[in-house]
Design a protein around this ligand. Structure first.
Ligand code: G6P
Length: 500
């Protein structure tokens, strides 16, 4: 009901993201089917779209010969949050495959991903890829505006307030202005919000992108721009001031641009906490071992610090031989963006390193590292989270990192395990009772592991209680409500008293 109330007061919501909340697949007999995605974002946002007469606009994960081929309804057995998302509430954006590859792999994954994670050496800057990015953003914007217009003229009850358009992530940073301009032209009111799911880098990194100003102008086409933590907000505000010369208010996080005032907000994302608790309660026992499991779960991505993590574990076994045969590292690496060379190289490096460390320490009864390169389902995941003694979340840089939050939600056994988290993840900003571990320094990272493995029970209980309490309150529903609140309370005549 919370959702219904908030949504009713703000009309309807149109969500725009690179991927739809499910992908389409073609079965062997040529039938199109939906394959649900289980991410927290989908869980939180899908009900708002379903209940609020909204729409979800995005790429369907497959290139269709005939773009008019209808999107199938969900399977009757589907119990995921997108099950209620009727096909008429979904707009699939079809892009020419070559252009899509330039936009997605060429620009989003090869440029913005590394740059925004403050790894500029890995970023490729190419005019043709950027051009494709802008074009694809324009296509998304056109489809969004069309959808807005149709909705307005559909005769459906879309509430009294202006429809709310919520654009997600670094794939769609320059889409807002086209939507806003078209809406003004045709006198259709709407409010546009944007949320970035990855870090926003500091000015001296951001400005390396040759078309940096255009990104800022694109984001400033929104009424409100949200980030996970205040640091990213301040970076963004700083960039607006230094690149575009905007007047800004750092205290109230406001940016003035083109005669409008744009709000900037820190809205740290949470997880569907209760769902993970339930999964953990029902989880089958999967790990038949009396060793302590140190667990890592990540997409195979160079931002996740996987190589550093293996080296830290190797150092633990060197410096603290008492953990040999007593502890093992279970690392799950989910294949990701396998078309990009950096990801292929990392796969090679990991394979070699796991082989070397296992070759060095394995005994007839024990292997130090169990390495799974593949996908695991939510039930298995919850079982691993529940049974592990240490959750090891040590990215070199990460917007938020939901694994840290899922791990604590599933730690329902008493006494619980220990969370280790990197200060360079958004999660490191709020999960204070975790062991905070700088992944770059292998020696101290190995000491963090030792400390986690030897921490007294009462300390573990105390820390985990605090961690779980916080995530339970600040769950993903709370996040969605905060976003809606930040949008709903937009004031058009906002004063900018403290501008500098
Ligand atoms: C990050 C991004 C998401 C993205 C996900 C998976 O979490 O913030 O927008 O969907 O990675 O990456 P992919 O390229 O497979 O969509």
């Amino acid at each position: 009901t919370d959702f219904k109330n908030v949504v009713a007061s703000s009309g309807c919501m149109i969500v725009v993201s690179n991927r739809l909340p499910f992908v389409l697949e073609r079965t062997e007999n040529g039938k199109l089917i939906r394959k649900a995605s289980a991410g927290g974002l989908v869980t939180a946002v899908a009900p708002v779209v379903v209940n609020g007469n909204g729409l979800w606009i995005g790429w369907p994960g497959i290139h269709l010969e005939d773009p008019n081929e209808p999107i199938p309804e969900s399977d009757p057995t589907d119990i995921t949050p997108t099950a209620g998302l009727k096909s008429k509430k979904v707009v699939a954006v079809h892009i020419d495959p070559v252009k899509f590859d330039d936009y997605y792999n060429g620009c989003c994954n090869a440029t913005f991903w590394p740059l925004f994670h403050s790894m500029p050496d890995r970023a490729v800057f190419r005019r043709d890829k950027w051009k494709a990015y802008v074009e694809v953003n324009k296509e998304f914007a056109n489809r969004t505006f069309e959808a807005l217009k149709n909705l307005k003229h559909s005769g459906e009850d879309i509430g009294t307030d202006a429809p709310l358009i919520w654009i997600h992530d670094y794939h769609l940073m320059v889409a807002a202005n086209w939507i806003r301009e078209a809406a003004i032209e045709e006198e259709i009111s709407c409010k546009i919000g944007f949320f970035l799911h990855i870090p926003f880098p500091p000015w001296d990194i951001f400005r390396l992108f040759p078309w940096a100003d255009e990104i800022l102008q694109g984001m400033l086409g929104c009424d409100m721009v949200g980030f996970h933590i205040t640091d990213y907000c301040l970076n963004f505000v700083d960039c607006c001031q230094r690149c575009l010369g905007c007047r800004v208010d750092r205290k109230n996080l406001l940016v003035e641009h083109g005669g409008r005032t744009v709000r900037v907000r820190a809205l740290p994302i949470g997880i569907p906490f209760e769902r993970f608790v339930e999964l953990a309660e029902k989880a089958p026992k999967l790990l038949s071992t009396n060793q302590k499991i140190i667990l890592g779960v990540d997409r195979l991505d160079y931002t996740k610090g996987l190589v550093h993590r293996l080296l830290a574990f190797e150092r633990l076994l060197e410096n603290y031989p008492e953990h040999r045969e007593k502890a093992s590292l279970l690392q799950i690496a989910v294949p990701s963006r396998t078309d990009v060379k950096e990801y292929q190289d990392l796969k090679e490096e990991m394979d070699q390193l796991v082989g070397r460390i296992n070759g060095r320490f394995t005994t007839p009864n024990w292997s130090p590292i169990r390495y799974i390169y593949g996908c695991i389902n939510q039930n298995q995941l919850a079982a691993f989270y529940k049974e592990s003694a240490v959750g090891l979340v040590t990215p070199l840089r990460d917007g938020m990192n939901l694994v840290a939050k899922e791990f604590v939600a599933c730690q329902i056994n008493v006494p619980p395990g220990v969370l280790i988290v990197s200060p360079f993840a958004g999660a490191g900003e709020t999960m204070h009772e975790a062991i905070i571990c700088n992944p770059y320094e292998i020696e101290s990272a190995s000491e963090c592991l030792h400390r986690a493995l030897t921490m007294p029970e009462d300390e573990r209980i105390l820390r985990m209680n605090y961690l779980r309490r916080r995530e339970k309150i600040n769950d993903v529903n709370y996040w969605t409500r905060s976003f809606l609140h930040a949008m709903g309370s937009l004031a058009t005549q906002e004063g900018l008293d403290d501008m500098d």
